[in-house]
Write a protein that binds this ligand. Structure first.
Ligand SMILES: [Zn+2]
Length: 348
């Protein structure tokens, strides 16, 4: 691969639907850090929001920013205090890096620490570039059993692994999942791998429910047509962010059930069955990105083939065609996960 000294080729978002392939300055490697030559990046809903609208939730694009936060690559350089043995290692990138000495980090809650700086969350540059620099412990070694074509998906799988960790054990539990997008499908596979006795998943898109059935869901329900049975589940994961689906998920729980909110809610405030929460002692648990050990758990799940990441990868594009990849993700409802091969320069 041609590396231009002092420069990295990158996919830079300048405004809505204005993505340019440009040269940007390489990051310097500091103490305790590694340089990772980025090999693949998968696109996420947040990338699509920034690309289409210039904003995602409350965060807006205010200056040209490199997109992408789901990626993997190879360590090519290490800073002071990092073993030279790490050079050449394939790694998954944990993109939300906190100040490791903050009180929340030290108490095991680093993912909700306000000090977190996340790759690809404007104005912070993301991973759709030739190399990035980050704290060595946030570059997680990958086994050979995880192929290059799927390795970027360790990041969304870490979201699922963290959601599973947040509810405690799913062993023998009846599970409802609202939303069969990539995160819902990864939560489905994760809870099956961890011993859930029964899984029911809902979505508006029949094609996604077909994928869920192929991945082992016990039952699939079309949102708006078939309602989730009330009081039937031990744990519900909302992976849709849809306020109506979140309320349905709460109603689907039996006594002492747990509702995990994984999807980013489409509204900050919504109607919710608080009476059931009080009467049946339901627990509501927020799940934000991934906390301690979630990446290691995700790598263990995919590395042992208990989660099939390839089932979610629907297309691959070279870095030069990142805009076409984002357009495809926005307009083609059959797409689940699109991977950008950042080592492929593609047509110039
Ligand atoms: Zn993501």
């Amino acid at each position: 691969m041609a590396v231009i000294s002092g420069n990295d080729e990158a996919a830079v978002l300048h405004g809505p639907r204005d993505l340019r392939i440009e040269k940007i300055d390489r990051m310097e490697v500091g103490d305790g850090q590694v340089r990772v030559e980025v090999h693949g990046v998968s696109l996420c809903g947040s990338d699509l929001h920034y690309y289409a609208d210039g904003r995602n939730g409350s965060n807006s694009l205010t200056q040209p920013t490199v997109l992408g936060h789901e990626g993997f690559g190879v360590v090519t350089e290490v800073g002071a205090g990092v073993s030279q043995d790490r050079i050449g290692q394939r790694v998954a990138i944990e993109p939300a890096v906190p100040n490791g000495t903050s009180p929340l980090s030290l108490s095991g809650h680093y993912n909700v620490c306000p000090s977190v700086v996340c790759f690809g969350s404007p104005p912070n540059h993301g991973l759709l570039r030739q190399s990035v620099v980050l704290a060595a412990e946030f570059a997680h070694p990958l086994p050979d059993s995880i192929d290059d074509g799927v390795a970027a998906l360790i990041e969304p799988l870490a979201v699922a692994a963290w959601a599973a960790a947040r509810v405690g054990s799913v062993l023998g539990k009846r599970i409802a999942i609202t939303g069969a997008g990539p995160i819902g499908l990864l939560v489905l596979q994760t809870v099956i791998a961890l011993g859930a006795s029964e899984t029911t998943i809902t979505d508006v898109a029949p094609a996604r429910l077909e994928v869920a059935a192929a991945l082992g869901a016990t039952a699939t329900l079309r949102s708006g047509e078939d309602a989730l049975p009330e009081g039937a589940f031990d744990i519900a994961f909302d992976c849709s962010g849809h306020p109506g689906a979140i309320a349905d998920a709460a109603r689907s729980l039996g006594p002492a059930g747990i509702l995990a909110l994984v999807g980013v809610p489409g509204r900050a405030v919504a109607e919710f069955p608080i009476g059931s929460v009080q009467r049946w002692e339901l627990d509501i648990r927020g799940c934000f990105r991934y906390g301690p050990s979630a990446f290691a758990d995700a790598i263990a799940l995919a590395g042992s083939a208990r989660v099939d990441l390839a089932a979610l990868v629907t297309s691959s594009y070279p870095l030069a065609e990142s805009a076409a990849a984002l357009e495809a993700a926005l307009t083609d409802p059959t797409q689940l996960k699109i991977v950008i091969d950042t080592t492929s320069r593609g047509p110039q």
